[in-house]
Design a protein around this ligand. Structure first.
Ligand SMILES: Cc1cc2nc3c(=O)[nH]c(=O)nc-3n(C[C@H](O)[C@H](O)[C@H](O)COP(=O)(O)OP(=O)(O)OC[C@H]3O[C@@H](n4cnc5c(N)ncnc54)[C@H](O)[C@@H]3O)c2cc1C
Length: 501
C-alpha cells in the first residue's frame, strides 16, 4: 500500500472532528498533497468508534462488524489506505450473527448459511417456503458491495455499469425485501421464535432488505471484527495520519467556521484562536455543524424536513451497561436476545434485552474473566425523557435501571450470581455529551419502508470551500459511510485543484 503523499501543494485543509470520517478525510488529504490539520474536541480521536478502560477491562463500544474486510473490494482498499486493515490484520469474533431465545427455545443465525437453513427448517417445517426464500436472498445480498471508489454523484455511465455488475443481485433483494420492514418480515413466519428472531437485532422499523444485507455481509466474510476492536483500529488510523504528516489537535473544540463573502476561510476554536485554511471540512455530527459551526440558515429543506419528522426518519441510540463476569459463570457466545420482566427505561418499557459477550477478545479482560454488555434501544421519546431530568434525577434513574438490568441478568443466567461486577453504564446523553451526537444517535436516519433512503449533498448551498464528511450523509450511516464520506470530500477538493487522490 502506497502511503506516501503526492507532491505537496501550498494549500491547507482544516477538518473539524477526528472521528472515522475526519481521519479518513485527513489521510486522503495528505495523500493528495495538502497540508492537513484535524481539530477534535475530545482527548482521544475516533468519535463514536470508541473503546475505554474500566477496572482493568476494556469496553469496546463500536465494531460489531466492519463491512469491507474482504480483500479485493473497493471498501477494503479504503480501510487499507487509511491504515485500519492490512494483510497482517487478524480477525476475531464468533461464527454467528446472534441468537434469539424465546420460551426456552433458541435459534442462531450462523455465519454458515447452510447451517442456519438446516436449523431453521428443523425448527419450523411449516415455514419452509419463507425460510428458503430468506436464505436465498441472504445469499444474493452477500454478493453485494459498498461503492467506495468515487462519489456516486461523480460516476460516469461506465462507472455505473461496473457498479451494477458488483450489485447484480441487489435488485432481487430490494424487490422481495425492500418494501417491507422487519415487522412485516417477522409476520411472514408462523413459528413464534422466528417472528421474534427477525425483530430482535435491528429496530423493527428498519426496511427488511438492510437486515439481509447486514447478515449477507457476515455470511460472505466481508463483515469481520479486527483484533483489538474499535479503539485499536482508531489508533492504527491515527498513526497512519501522523506518519503522512497530518496534524491532529486533541482537546480542541471548534466554536464556528469562519465565513467571509460566502466562503469558508477557516475556523474559530472555543479558546478564540483562529485557524485559517483554504478548505474546511466538517466531519462532526451534522446537527452540531448546522446549529453551532455554520448556522441553521445553511440547512437545506431536505435536512430540515428529516430532522423535524422523527416518525418518518427515526433515530436510535442505546441505554447500555457493561459488566465483567467470571468466564466459567457465563457460557453464552456472541449476542443473545431474551425476554425479561419489563424494564422501565427512558420513560418507556421493554420486555426484551440483549447481552453481547466479548470472550472472543481475551485482551479485553483479565485472565478467567469476560466483558459482557447489555444494550436497550432508545429512540427520540426516550432521549427526550433523559434530557428532561435534573442532574440528580438522571444519576438516580441510571442507577435504578442498572440494578434492573443486573436483576434480569441473574434471572436469565443464575450462574452469574456472585460472579458479576458492574464496569460502566451510559445513555443517549453520553453520546450527546461525548460526540455532540444529535439526540444521542450513533447511526444516521433509519431506513424505513416506503421512505426514500436519505442521502445528502457533501456541500452547503451558499458556502464555497466547505465540505461535509460524516456518516449522516447517507442512511443508515455506520463506519463504511463515514470512511467513504471522508475520502469523497477530498475527492471533490482534489478534483477542483486538478489533483489525483
Ligand atoms: C454502540 C455502537 C455500535 C456501533 N456498531 C457499529 C458497527 O458494528 N458497524 C458500523 O459500521 N458502525 C457501527 N457504529 C456506528 C459508527 O460508530 C459510526 O457510524 C461512526 O463512528 C461515525 O463516524 P463519523 O466520523 O461520521 O462521526 P463521529 O464518530 O460522531 O465523529 C465526529 C467527531 O467530531 C467530534 N466533534 C463534534 N463536535 C465537535 C466540535 N465542535 N469541535 C471539534 N470536534 C467535534 C466528535 O467528538 C467526534 O470525534 C456503532 C456505534 C455505536 C456507538
Amino acid at each position: 500500500m502506497n502511503t506516501t503523499a503526492k507532491q505537496k501543494i501550498d494549500k491547507k485543509i482544516v477538518i473539524i472532528g477526528g472521528g472515522i470520517a475526519g481521519l479518513s478525510a485527513g489521510i486522503y488529504g495528505c495523500r493528495a498533497g495538502y497540508e492537513v490539520e484535524i481539530y477534535e474536541k475530545n482527548p482521544v480521536a475516533g468519535g463514536q468508534c470508541m473503546g475505554w478502560n474500566r477496572k482493568g477491562c476494556h469496553i469496546d463500544n463500536c465494531i460489531h462488524w466492519l463491512t469491507g474486510t474482504k480483500k479485493g473490494s473497493a471498501l477494503y482498499e479504503v480501510w487499507e489506505t487509511i491504515g485500519a486493515l492490512d494483510e497482517n490484520t487478524q480477525f476475531v469474533g464468533d461464527d454467528l450473527f446472534y441468537t434469539t431465545v424465546l420460551n426456552g427455545q433458541r435459534m442462531t443465525l450462523w455465519k454458515d448459511l447452510e447451517r442456519t437453513e438446516a436449523e431453521l427448517l428443523a425448527l419450523s417445517p411449516e415455514d419452509t417456503d419463507e425460510i428458503k426464500k430468506f436464505i436465498q436472498h441472504v445469499r444474493y445480498a452477500s454478493e453485494c458491495e459498498v461503492p467506495a471508489e468515487k462519489p456516486m454523484e461523480a460516476m460516469s455511465i461506465k462507472d455505473y455499469i461496473r457498479l451494477g455488475a458488483s450489485m447484480a443481485y441487489m435488485p432481487k433483494v430490494t424487490k422481495e425485501y425492500g418494501s417491507i420492514d422487519l415487522q412485516d418480515l417477522a409476520a411472514r413466519f408462523k413459528h413464534p421464535l422466528l417472528k421474534v428472531l427477525f425483530t430482535d437485532y435491528m429496530p423493527k422499523e428498519y426496511v427488511a432488505s438492510s437486515f439481509l444485507v447486514s447478515y449477507g455481509t457476515m455470511v460472505s466474510g466481508n463483515g469481520e471484527i479486527p483484533s483489538g476492536g474499535s479503539l485499536a483500529m482508531v489508533n492504527r488510523i491515527v498513526e497512519r495520519f501522523r506518519q503522512m504528516g497530518g496534524k491532529l489537535y486533541l482537546n480542541s473544540p471548534v466554536a464556528s467556521v469562519l465565513i467571509e463573502n460566502g466562503k469558508a476561510v477557516g475556523i474559530e476554536l472555543q479558546d478564540r484562536r483562529h485557524i485559517m485554511a483554504d478548505y474546511v471540512i466538517s466531519a462532526t455530527d451534522t446537527m452540531e455543524m448546522f446549529s453551532h459551526l455554520i448556522g441553521k440558515e445553511y440547512m437545506s429543506k431536505k435536512w430540515q424536513s428529516c430532522y423535524s419528522d422523527s416518525k418518518t426518519y427515526p433515530l436510535f441510540s442505546g441505554m447500555q451497561a457493561a459488566f465483567v463476569v467470571d468466564r466459567d459463570a457465563y457460557s453464552e457466545r456472541g449476542t443473545i436476545f431474551f425476554d425479561c420482566s419489563p424494564i422501565e427505561s427512558g420513560g418507556s418499557s421493554t420486555c426484551r434485552m440483549s447481552v453481547k459477550s466479548y470472550d472472543y477478545e481475551p485482551s479485553f479482560a483479565p485472565e478467567g474473566k469476560t466483558v459482557i454488555q447489555v444494550n436497550i434501544a432508545q429512540y427520540d421519546a426516550e432521549y427526550l425523557y433523559w434530557r428532561s431530568l435534573s442532574k440528580e434525577d438522571y444519576a438516580k434513574e441510571k442507577q435504578r435501571i442498572l440494578h434492573a438490568i443486573e436483576e434480569r441478568l441473574y434471572q436469565q443466567f443464575p450462574s452469574l450470581k456472585g460472579h458479576m461486577e458492574v464496569l460502566d453504564c451510559w445513555t443517549p446523553l453520553t453520546y450527546e455529551r461525548y460526540c455532540n451526537a444529535y439526540h444521542g444517535a450513533y447511526m444516521s436516519f433509519t431506513m424505513k419502508k416506503g421512505v426514500k433512503s436519505f442521502r445528502a449533498k457533501r456541500t452547503v448551498k451558499g458556502m464555497k470551500n466547505f465540505y461535509i464528511a460524516s456518516q449522516w450523509l447517507m442512511a443508515p450511516g455506520g463506519l463504511p459511510v463515514a470512511a467513504t464520506a471522508g475520502k469523497f470530500a477530498i475527492w471533490w477538493i482534489a478534483k477542483r485543484d486538478k489533483r489525483k487522490l
